[in-house]
Write a protein that binds this ligand. Structure first.
Ligand code: MN
Length: 502
């Protein structure tokens, strides 16, 4: 294998390697280098709208993917993602050289890119969503590459015409940001939202950025002292920490939060926060204890998202204290795994695979046996299935999407302690169908936290629900269609009654 000599691109390829949280294996590096050489040759002579060589775009995409911990194959696919669409090199040639796994990812991205860009109609949005779901059901990595691709396009949006800027920024906010959010990739979500915000509402963007910068410069010296103080308190309490750092709230989140408080910035307490990463769950609570012994917590601001995770799975302990020097300060405490999952979401799965490979076993939270990806993938497959059922009814598809995919989720438990995830507003019948279609079909009643409850009751977070079934029931009640929330329950009830047009 001959490498191009010390070109600017080769140095950038090095920065792709450097972006990995865990150094890739030499096999992985070879694969990425081969992908780079093919992409570099194929795109030679092509330029971006900004005038820089096109290869810079795919290198930037690969760098984002490496940075969130994706595996070498996904990074290689990121380097090749625009090749079949924009160059003479075909998908068949890629498959021959790199195998079907990488070729299928690139095929998925090419399909997503082929959508004709028409006017900003609802139909266009619907079509866009549909394709994203199809891709997600096939291979979720395709969508992650697409998010990285879009992030670099957003970062270089200034070089496009204003009308294109608006259209792309709009699409980013409406489709890519919610998907990144749902996949839990916090870093990418925040960066996409900030860049889109800049084009969609420049005035608010600049105003929010100014507020953020003012507070950061005013508080940075204080934050340093507070960090030193926290380290001291933890040390005195004999609590080990893996990391302790300050964090600033992302611009778009800050904007939403200020808006929620009717523009009153002084009521937003978490513009800066101290983040403490500890080795295990027990240390999270111990750290909270020693901090509260030293500084009085603000009433109603202690949040245990470890026992009750946020709807998107986020876990941490939060508290707001009357902290060092009498200043109000938010503290966030979590394990390393919770931290990675908060920043990387589903991408953390590949990071853990890499860490396991490099022998970093002790790293995983022993309370969680394995970091499981199957749940998210199952979820994507399920969406795909019902989108087939509802294929001819765009309104219902959009409504189902809004409810199942974008709305906040709650967690309820079976008597055995299995967690069932449901959208807010879901009923007992939705819960029953989420356990198993047969349980939904034969449900006749339920006990919620030990008390009998009607089947149309709304499920709340943390409830333990036991479904009472009657085995010989023939069909689910079609009246249930008037109150069930999830598309899965709806299509199951219809299927069982064999009348899709109900
Ligand atoms: Mn691209």
């Amino acid at each position: 294998m001959t490498l191009p000599k010390n070109t600017h691109e080769m140095r950038t390829l090095q920065s792709v390697f450097d972006a990995f949280p865990v150094t890739p294996s030499s096999r992985g590096k070879k694969l990425i280098t081969r992908a780079f050489i093919m992409a570099d040759k194929a795109h030679r002579g092509q330029k971006r709208a900004s005038g820089v060589p096109y290869i810079q775009h795919v290198l930037a995409t690969a760098q984002i993917l490496a940075g969130i911990g994706m595996d070498s194959r996904t990074v290689a696919a990121g380097l090749l993602h625009d090749v079949p669409e924009d160059t003479n090199v075909t998908l068949e040639m890629i498959e021959k050289e790199f195998g079907s796994d990488i070729a299928r990812m690139i095929e998925g991205i090419t399909k997503l890119g082929k959508m004709k860009l028409r006017s900003e109609t609802d139909d266009y949005k619907l079509e866009n969503w549909r394709r994203m779901f199809l891709a997600m059901g096939d291979d979720i990595r395709t969508v992650i590459i697409k998010l990285a691709d879009r992030l670099h396009n957003m970062r270089t949006l200034e070089h496009l015409r204003p009308d294109k800027q608006q259209r792309i920024a709009n699409e980013t906010m409406e489709i890519y940001v919610p998907i990144a959010n749902r996949l839990g990739i916090g870093e990418v979500r925040a960066a996409l939202a900030e860049n889109a915000f800049k084009y969609l509402d420049k005035e608010s963007y600049l105003a929010t950025k100014k507020i953020s910068e003012e507070i950061l410069s005013k508080k940075s010296a204080y934050l340093e002292r507070a960090l030193a103080d926290m380290k001291k308190i933890l040390k005195e309490g004999n609590i080990k920490h893996v990391d302790i750092h300050g964090r600033a709230k992302a611009i778009y989140s800050l904007y939403l939060k200020i808006k929620k408080h009717d523009g009153d910035v002084s009521r937003v307490y978490d513009i800066i926060a101290v983040r403490i990463i500890v080795p295990d769950v027990a240390s999270c609570y111990e750290a909270l204890g020693v901090i509260h012994r030293r500084y009085r917590p603000m009433v109603g601001r202690i949040k245990d998202y470890i026992s009750l995770p946020k709807p998107n799975g986020y876990q941490s302990l939060h508290t707001t204290i009357f902290g060092p020097e009498g200043q109000i300060l938010e503290i966030q405490i979590r394990t390393r795994q919770m931290h990675d999952e908060a920043e990387l979401g589903i991408a953390a799965h590949w990071l853990y695979e890499e860490r396991k490979r490099s022998g970093w076993r002790s790293y995983l939270d022993p309370r969680k046996k394995n970091h499981e990806i199957s749940h998210e993938v199952k979820w994507a497959k399920q969406l795909r299935e019902w989108q087939k059922d509802l294929g001819n009814n765009p309104d219902e598809f959009m409504e189902g999407l809004r409810v199942d995919f974008l709305q906040n989720h709650i967690f309820a438990f079976t008597p055995k302690g299995d967690v069932i995830e449901l959208p807010e507003g879901a009923t007992i019948v939705d819960f029953a169908y989420a356990i198993h279609t047969d349980i939904g079909n034969t449900a006749v009643g339920a006990r919620v936290d030990g008390k009998m409850a009607p089947l149309d009751s709304i499920v709340s977070n943390g409830q333990v629900i036991e479904i009472v079934t009657e085995k010989n029931r023939e069909k689910p009640n079609t009246n249930w269609l008037t109150f069930v929330k999830t598309s899965h329950a709806k299509s199951a009830i219809r299927r069982q009654n064999k009348s899709p047009n109900l």
